[in-house]
Write a protein that binds this ligand. Structure first.
Ligand code: SAM
Length: 162
């Protein structure tokens, strides 16, 4: 269950959860972290090995993934509350809008990590770079740096030609 206490300055909405679409969980993520405070705030490729288990029939959709060293993993932060407009992260206590943070607390609590693929064994991928709780539901996998990966835009510059 999400923690619903508010820190000073935080604002929640009572109109939070309205279902416009459904997401099907396609697998489950196995990590060494049983509680949120034990998870890293962001994954690191130097972090421990974690396993991503695909449910049937989506294991067949892994065909070809071994060709990629890095994979973008999307997962559902299922223990997050979803109603905060303004939040005050425990790390610094400054109140900010939800969309200016990578906090797990968001209207649709999707987390993303770029991971290194260490191994594939059937329906199970071993990766490094995750930061989620053991048992976190898997939403999607995408290869990184294929022809259709988004490319970061150049940094803002005062040069009007860019
Ligand atoms: N890397 C992702 C991103 O940037 O979208 C997630 C970043 S979020 C700051 C990571 C934190 O979410 C972890 O430190 C942990 O406190 C929390 N968390 C991890 N798994 C969760 C889950 N299943 N439900 C709710 N919170 C979770």
């Amino acid at each position: 269950m999400p923690d619903t206490t508010l820190r000073p300055g935080e604002i929640a909405t009572c109109n939070a959860v309205r279902a416009d679409a459904t997401i099907q969980f396609i697998g489950s993520i196995q990590t060494p972290w049983p509680t949120r405070d034990q998870c890293p705030r962001q994954g690191s490729v130097d972090g421990p090995e974690c396993q991503i288990h695909l449910f049937k029939p989506w294991d067949d959709a892994l065909d070809g993934i071994d060709a990629y060293e890095r994979i973008e993993v999307l997962y559902w932060l299922d223990h997050s509350r979803r109603d905060l407009l303004l939040q005050s992260p425990a790390s610094d206590g400054r109140v900010r809008g939800t969309f200016s943070l990578r906090s797990p607390v968001r209207p649709n609590p999707i987390g993303t990590s770029l991971v290194v693929l260490e191994n594939r064994d059937g329906n199970c991928l071993t990766v490094r770079g995750l930061d989620c709780l053991n048992g976190t539901p898997l939403v999607d996998l995408k290869p990184d740096r294929c022809a259709y990966s988004p490319i970061a835009p150049p940094k803002h510059t005062t040069d009007s030609r860019q």
